[in-house]
Write a protein that binds this ligand. Structure first.
Ligand code: SDX
Length: 378
């Protein structure tokens, strides 16, 4: 067996062959199944994009209608899962609640018929349909309210915002939220997708695959950064305080949340689109100081870190959009998960076709031939 050189974090090591998406980190290009993210953000919907990612091509009108109907039909969660969620502590982080609930789906549906296309489609539909409902349900429960039923007359994003806020959303807000889901749906071999593929490679059920990926996404170096960005903007508090704040970060060699990327060495194309979405929301619903602070941060970080290829990533402006949509900060990462389920499922299907368990090697740097020492001699 040929052993490659060890690279911490597997930096630059291909972990799979995939046709789901591609990133050019030098040019700032992201494509889903070969289509540029800017086109999908402008012309597609999240469910159409999910179909593209998972089945590899854009659906016909009939295929899309059938898919949307199946997802709409499966939005409700079993009362036993709802009862289980009622036992979760209100102080628990919604990402932990989501991970537990996603895994619980496996208790009801994981017949593991992995070579049956009908089982695969059923799992895809159930996960895309119920994850938003579980996020919204936990949010209402922890406020002491009963979850609201999904509304069949609302499309995917409008229904989620309705279940979350208990009122029908503004059409522009629902469209902007749907674009955010498109932007967060997939991103080649990021940490949570790698998690999903490793878990999928053992031929476990898709619910365990998604639960494993949710757990990975929650970390502040990955999907959890968007929550930290808003807290950082609040801590900075004014445009005038941006430079001293950043200089202190750099002095402490602290990572600035929402900046930097393992692949992009220019501004993340998703950040550019999210910045525009934030401006649209501010134009309609009124601006606030955080946008100005964010723009000043981007300017000063570029001045100080552009030479290292450190620019805004997807998490930098997404928090501003979600905050303007009235979404609580600790739901930012669960919303990232709602979108990324599409990418994880696309990679799950690809890994099933690969049919080879992940089992990398290691560089052993321990000792050999150590004698066992009796406890009385230690
Ligand atoms: C996502 O992989 C994906 O595709 C992820 C994602 C997706 O869609 O799935 O795009 C989503 O996770 C976006 C990233 C969200 N995380 C953050 O915003 C957290 C802050 N960012 C950093 O932690 C960091 O940039 C990472 C984790 C994102 C990338 O880290 P790398 O590639 O391991 O970079 P590195 O730590 O090796 O840093 C290289 C240099 C270092 O300086 P030197 O030691 O060489 O002098 O760049 C510096 C780092 O200190 N650096 C930063 C920095 N990020 C890197 N310095 C200040 N602030 C930062 N944010």
């Amino acid at each position: 067996m040929m052993v490659c050189e060890y690279k911490p974090g597997l930096e630059g090591i291909p972990a799979a062959e995939s046709s789901v998406s591609d990133v050019d980190g030098q040019k700032g290009i992201l494509e889903y199944r070969g289509i540029r993210i800017e086109e999908l953000a402008q012309k597609s919907t999240f469910l159409e994009t999910a179909y593209l990612l998972i089945w590899g091509q854009l659906p016909t009108s009939e295929e899309l209608q059938a898919f949307e109907h199946e997802v709409r039909f499966h939005r409700r969660i079993k009362y036993r899962i709802r009862d289980m969620m009622k036992c979760f502590p209100e102080s628990g982080h919604p990402m932990d609640a989501l991970q537990a609930s996603a895994a619980a789906l496996g208790l009801f549906y994981s017949r593991r018929d992995l070579h049956n296309p009908a089982y695969i489609r059923d799992a895809v539909v159930r996960l895309l349909a119920t994850i938003p409902t579980m996020v919204a349900a936990f949010q209402l429960m922890r406020k002491g309210n009963d979850p609201v039923r999904p509304r069949d007359d609302l499309d995917y994003s409008a229904n989620f915002l309705y279940m979350l806020n208990e009122k029908e959303p503004d059409p522009l807000a629902a469209r902007i939220f749907d674009v955010c889901l498109i932007l967060h749906a997939e991103h080649t071999m990021n940490a949570s997708t790698f998690s999903a593929r490793v878990t999928a490679s053992t031929l476990t059920d898709p619910y365990a695959v998604v639960a494993s990926a949710v757990g990975t996404l929650g970390g502040p170096l990955h999907g959890g950064a968007n929550e930290e960005v808003i807290q950082m903007l609040e801590e900075i508090g004014s445009v005038g305080n941006v430079r001293p704040y950043l200089e202190d970060c750099l002095q402490r060699k602290a990572k600035i949340m929402g900046f930097g990327h393992r692949v992009y060495k220019v501004k993340d194309p998703r950040a550019t689109i999210l910045q525009d979405l934030a401006q649209q929301l501010f134009a309609k619903f009124g601006s606030d100081k955080y946008y100005d602070i964010a723009v000043e941060m981007e300017r000063v970080v570029e001045e100080k870190l552009a030479h290292k290829g450190i620019y805004p990533n997807v998490d930098f402006y997404s928090g501003l959009v979600y905050a303007k949509l009235g979404i609580p900060t600790d739901l930012f990462t669960p919303i990232f998960a709602i979108a990324r389920v599409a990418g994880w499922l696309a990679h799950w299907k690809e890994q099933l076709a690969e049919n080879r368990i992940f089992r990398p090697t290691q560089v052993y740097n321990g000792q050999h031939e150590i004698a066992y020492t009796a406890i009385e001699e230690r």
